[in-house]
Design a protein. Structure first.
Length: 58
């Protein structure tokens, strides 16, 4: 995806986490905008729901 940032087109990563509800329908769990696709970025994306549910020290 391209994003217009200060009049310059910048590539961004938009990972989407999808879960399945008990009735079988899929539901978007969370979406985050990322600027890189490195290990730190993915780690932050995957840790996000844990921190949100259990606090910053989880």
């Amino acid at each position: 995806m391209k994003w217009n940032w200060d009049r310059a087109a910048v590539n961004i990563l938009v990972p989407v986490a999808v879960g399945v509800r008990s009735d079988g329908y899929r539901q978007i769990a969370w979406i985050q905008e990322r600027h890189t696709e490195d290990k730190t970025s993915w780690s932050g994306f995957l840790v996000y729901p844990k921190r949100r549910m259990f606090g910053a020290h989880a």
